[in-house]
Design a protein around this ligand. Structure first.
Ligand SMILES: *Cc1c(COP(=O)(O)O)cnc(C)c1O
Length: 434
């Protein structure tokens, strides 16, 4: 596979941009090799600067639930652009997208649009602190909520593979107010509440973790979180930036029946443009300025192009009544196929999957929290990743990320992915044998 054009671009990029990338995992740091510079994408296919085509399993890390360059979304963005790209004034499109988001989340009555998932979680925390008059928050080891100071403590995603789960540059006083519990371990949460019964503003969590690889919650854990937060007067914040509209129309909140006080969104709701959002009951959200005293603003918030892309995405999703069945079927096919492939070559793996989110951990498992996720063999993953890439499958370049399928993936695409994955397992097995 010729990669000289990507290599040349990467060489130029590293002289201009830290690590040559604008988000760490893109640099292939933990898997080695030269990142591919992408020139275009359509459906399930990515094309790089050398003209190589890849079957995509990243989906821009979550947003592309319909596949790339969906004609409806492209047309909506083009039409919106012709009428101006930003006004700094309210628009009808914001009302329309707000109606769409809230219609799928009956527990939420108000929503505010921002520009990224990071802004959404950061703002939701501020609301929780403002509403409760408390400073402390609880998060879970290996959960990632974007890169706001308070949340870059024991964080997942790129923070894991770059070896800085707790970032430099976060003031000790800020980090001090972030308490870290163990995912799926209620006792670890209870202990933190018992130590500070009236100081904790909120518990924020990924209802299905995607950012230490896919880890699912137990029902007991979910109901326990609701019970504890209610008992201690703290708010429960479901970070659905990744899972919202992916696992079900009402995200993980619907899928698992979670009663959250605040919900954060991103990714899918922007249809591939920069959007985030946070919402909740009116009495909580009415703390936000200009109604309440919690300040939050944005020059480009509710941007017309981003709103148009989000609305078009929702429309196209509504026109696909079998959307979630197809995503589940493709996910199940891929999960079973990869499990069988690994078994055939004697590579011990744990495949965690919910719907169209999937991670292959190179460990006997089970993987239920950060500690067990960390037992994945990153050397084996690295080999497997490059085995896939050589065979034209673009898998997430980290052992601690979820792969994402889209409605555009066909059964035949998944078959191809399984074949490549199985051959790549063979490569892993022969490297182990040496
Ligand atoms: C991606 C993600 C974020 C951050 O969103 P950005 O748009 O990258 O800032 C926050 N929380 C979760 C669960 C995510 O997956």
């Amino acid at each position: 596979m010729k990669t000289t054009a990507s290599e040349a671009l990467f060489a130029r990029a590293t002289e201009l941009i830290p690590g040559g990338v604008n988000s760490p995992v893109r640099a292939f740091g933990s898997v080695g090799g030269n990142p591919r510079f992408i020139t275009q994408a359509s459906g399930v296919t990515l094309t790089d600067a050398d003209g190589n085509a890849y079957l995509d399993a990243v989906g821009s890390w979550g947003p592309m639930i319909l596949g790339h360059a969906h004609p409806k979304v492209v047309a909506a963005v083009q039409a919106a652009a012709q009428h101006g790209t930003s006004f700094g004034a309210p628009t009808g499109r914001e009302v329309e997208l707000a109606e769409q988001v809230l219609a799928h989340y009956p527990g939420c009555e108000r929503v505010r649009f921002v520009n990224s998932g990071t802004e959404a979680t950061m703002s939701a925390l501020r609301v929780a602190r403002g509403a409760t008059g408390r400073d402390f928050i609880i998060k879970f080891a290996g959960n990632y909520h974007g890169h706001a100071d308070a949340l870059l403590v024991a964080a997942g995603s790129g923070a894991l593979t770059t070896g800085v789960p707790s970032s430099a540059g976060v003031p000790a006083d800020t980090a001090k107010t972030t308490l870290v519990a163990r995912y799926n371990d209620l006792d670890s949460v209870r202990e933190l509440f018992e130590a500070r019964p009236d100081e904790i503003a909120a518990v924020i969590f990924e209802p299905v973790v995607g950012n230490m690889g896919v880890v699912t919650p137990t029902q007991e854990f979910l109901s326990g979180l609701r019970g504890l937060t209610r008992h201690y007067g703290a708010l429960l914040i479901a970070d659905e930036v990744m899972t919202g509209f992916r696992l079900a129309p009402g995200g993980a909140v619907e899928h698992y029946g979670i009663d959250a006080d605040l919900v954060c969104w991103g990714k899918i709701i922007g249809g591939g443009l920069p959007v985030g959002a946070y919402g909740g009951k009116a009495d909580v959200m009415n703390n936000v300025s200009p109604v309440g005293k919690v300040y939050q603003a944005g020059t480009l918030s509710g941007n017309p192009l981003a709103m148009a892309a989000g609305i078009a995405t929702f429309e196209a999703m509504a026109e696909a009544p079998d959307l979630y069945e197809v995503l589940e079927a493709r996910g199940a096919q891929l999960g079973a196929g990869l499990r069988a492939g690994a078994e055939r070559h004697g590579v011990p793996v744990t495949v965690n999957r919910v719907g169209s989110m999937i991670t292959v951990f190179f460990t006997e498992g089970p993987v239920t929290d950060f500690e067990s996720a960390s037992t994945t063999d990153t050397e084996q993953f690295k080999r497997w990743f490059h085995g896939l890439l050589e065979r034209g499958v673009y898998w997430p370049a980290s052992a601690y990320e979820a792969a994402f399928l889209s409605y555009a993936h066909t059964e035949a695409d998944i078959e191809r992915m399984i074949r490549a994955g199985t051959e790549a397992f063979q490569g892993v097995a022969s490297a182990v044998a040496v």
